[in-house]
Design a protein around this ligand. Structure first.
Ligand SMILES: Cc1cc2nc3c(=O)[nH]c(=O)nc-3n(C[C@H](O)[C@H](O)[C@H](O)COP(=O)(O)O)c2cc1C
Length: 187
């Protein structure tokens, strides 16, 4: 699949059919996550694959009752060990880079899943302490997201996106295009 097709046609998928996801596809989407940019190439993310139905149910409950997650074939939990990044980059590493590393990896996973005909969704709303308990994640490990993945049972319409002209400044903060018309006439 073309990169722009993957970017523009990916949607958050929350309904899944009852069909197993092939191991090669699981490996490929995680590999896409692994090839995201990462600060200092430290690669501190780790991925927990949850297939067990009872555990999926507990994760859905931890996500404040997002029970649709249970129907995903698997849930990828993205975690990081922040020690080395904090040591190397201080507060900026801890407060920013570690989250950016995780986010870049998550986005790669979402795009790769879509390009392989799978559906996925970035789930950030959950009670961390429950995840720690269910998945035995120690306190020094950060938990960034859950990504339910499976074959999609829906094809959502594109959600609203703000016009590019309204989110782009020129040369300085807040400065809009001053010449005639708009800079991005067709978007
Ligand atoms: C940080 C973050 C957290 C999110 N958390 C949830 C969530 O807990 N549950 C959910 O259904 N979707 C969640 N989403 C998905 C957004 O709702 C979705 O990306 C947005 O509505 C745009 O739709 P699209 O992904 O189809 O473009 C999250 C997305 C991000 C980036």
């Amino acid at each position: 699949m073309d990169l722009f097709e993957a970017i523009f046609e990916r949607r958050s998928i929350r309904r899944f059919i009852d069909k197993p996801v092939e191991e090669e596809k699981i490996a490929k989407i995680l590999d896409a996550g692994r090839w995201a940019p990462t600060v200092g190439n430290l690669q501190e993310w780790r991925f927990i694959i949850v297939r067990n139905k009872e555990k999926k149910l507990k994760l859905a409950q931890a996500a404040f009752g997002q029970n649709w997650m249970v129907n995903a074939f698997l849930i990828i939990v993205v975690i990081t060990n922040d020690q080395r990044i904090t040591r190397a980059y201080g507060d900026r590493g801890k407060d920013l880079y570690i989250k950016q590393d995780a986010a870049a990896s998550i986005q790669n996973i979402l795009l790769a899943a879509h390009s392989l005909g799978l559906g996925a969704c970035w789930v950030g709303s959950f009670d961390e302490s429950i995840l720690r308990r269910v998945l035995m994640i120690p306190d020094n490990i950060s938990i960034h997201a859950m990504i339910p993945v499976g074959y999609p049972a829906e094809k959502p319409n594109p959600p609203h996106r703000i016009n590019l002209n309204n989110i782009t400044y020129f040369d300085e903060y807040g400065k809009e295009w001053v010449k005639e018309g708009t800079f991005f006439p067709r978007l």
